[in-house]
Ligand binder design. Structure first.
Ligand code: HEM
Length: 405
């Protein structure tokens, strides 16, 4: 048997480490070349970005800001519009600039049509984020859901759905302003009023149902939607560091409960009655063109091949009705922004007075074209509040602006 000295052992170990490092390097290069060949580029530089630490990646850089993603603006100043960084173990590209964003969402949309696998999103949708319209990956099911929604969420101007929406908005605004007038200027928290008005516009339009301002079950549902809206707009370190999840068990249980209560409301106050009347052929004329009807027709119709189950139809309905939270919270923020800017309020008022003959008639959706300043105020508010609520996930190797991860 050959005896080796300690020095020989050390040399052999060093050699082994060197060979392993070389093997890893060769493997990495080959992978990189394969990747580059795949996406049709000779040599693509990796996007620059901050140093990544074990476990946390560069997550620590998002701390110390009012909202975590404000860090991306500072990072873009340092690294340029395309930043490569690890958030926990997730490899990410942070993309800035209209053309680059268009690349991700439109030109190469098919490469980036997945959504992250965050535990919170699963929790909100009965353990499966694919039940959600906004947090699911692209699929045939999502295609069907989007097609069914198109006529309802983007009704062409002058179509009957557009006119119906106009009527529901006007009804709710009349109700809201008369309630506010009745307070005679007393302090009134505006958020619950706006939430209720927006929720009623949504349920009237999508479900042909509206609810009284003091309806306890409806108000509770509005609160539940608002809690979910708040939750999904928050950054959460556990999204990127799943080993932190056990510390969020209470929050997860709460989220499950909000979704559960919303489901109960939808079944008890919207779906069950409609389903029963539908089966007896007693659907009213107004109801026959709403979104609930489109969903029930799809799941109840024996002829069509169904991708959408009854359960997924209910999830889709809840998602869409929950959209009122986005609109109401935007309005609250917009009012907050203009509260300290009397000159903006004045210009919006002038436009509204001109459009309606000093309030002789209610504002309609068509008035938007003659109110470009007000339109711009709302768009600016959207710009100021928007958050990276649903990141995109690539489903294949790709590049943005000639940079890869
Ligand atoms: C102020 C209002 C709103 C803002 C700022 C907003 C913002 C956003 C953003 C940033 C996305 C991600 C887009 C992407 O990554 O491709 C999104 C997706 C989505 N939003 Fe909204 N949203 C608003 C209102 C609504 C409303 C009212 C609804 C429902 C009626 C809604 C339903 C959806 C859906 C279903 C998606 C997923 C779309 C898809 O991937 O197919 N949103 N929204």
């Amino acid at each position: 048997m050959i005896q080796l000295s300690i020095v020989s052992y050390a040399l052999l170990s060093a050699l082994a480490v060197l060979v392993a490092a070389l093997a890893v390097d060769v493997y990495r290069r080959r992978r990189m070349q394969a990747k580059q060949a795949l996406i049709g580029h000779e040599e693509l530089p990796a996007a620059p970005g901050p140093r990544s630490w074990p476990l946390i990646g560069s997550l620590h850089l998002l701390g110390g800001y009012e909202v975590p993603y404000a860090a991306f603006t500072d990072l873009a100043k340092k690294y340029g519009p395309i930043i490569s960084m690890n958030l926990g173990s997730q490899k990410c590209l942070v993309v800035n600039g209209l053309n680059n964003i268009k690349d991700v969402l439109v030109t190469k949309g098919a490469h980036f049509d997945g959504r992250p696998n965050f535990a919170r999103f699963h929790q909100l949708f009965c353990g499966d984020k694919e039940n959600s319209l906004a947090f699911c990956d692209w699929s045939d099911l999502q295609k069907v859901r989007r097609e069914m929604l198109r006529a309802h969420t983007f009704p062409p101007t002058f179509s009957s759905r557009f006119s119906q929406l106009d009527i529901f908005v006007a009804d709710e605004m009349r109700d809201l302003t008369s309630r506010l007038d009745a307070t005679n200027g007393a302090f009134t928290p505006i958020k619950p009023e706006l939430m209720h008005a927006c929720a009623n516009i949504f349920t009237a339009y999508f479900c042909s149902k509206r609810f009284d301002r003091h309806d306890a079950a409806f108000n509770r549902t509005i609160d539940n939607f608002d809690s979910i809206f708040y939750e999904v707009n928050q950054g959460c370190a556990a999204d990127f560091l799943p080993w932190l999840l056990p510390f969020h068990s209470k929050q997860m249980a709460q989220m499950k409960n909000w979704s559960h209560e919303i489901r109960e409301f939808m079944e008890n106050f919207i779906i069950n009655d409609r389903l029963a009347r539908r089966r007896q052929g007693l659907v009213a004329q107004d109801e026959s063109t709403d979104y609930v009807e489109a969903l029930l027709e799809h799941v109840e119709d024996q002829q069509t091949e169904k991708l959408l189950t009854f359960d997924s139809a209910l999830f889709a309905l809840e998602d869409i009705v929950g959209g009122h939270s986005a609109v109401a919270n935007l309005l609250v923020k917009a009012l907050g922004f203009v509260a300290s800017r009397p000159e903006v309020q004045e210009r919006v008022k002038i436009e509204a007075d001109l459009a309606t003959g000093n309030g002789a008639r209610p504002l309609t959706l068509q008035d938007r074209v003659t109110m470009p300043y007000t339109d711009a105020v709302i768009l600016e508010a959207i710009r100021m509040i928007s958050s990276p609520i649903v990141p995109h996930v690539s489903n294949q190797d790709s590049s943005i602006a000639g940079k890869m991860r």
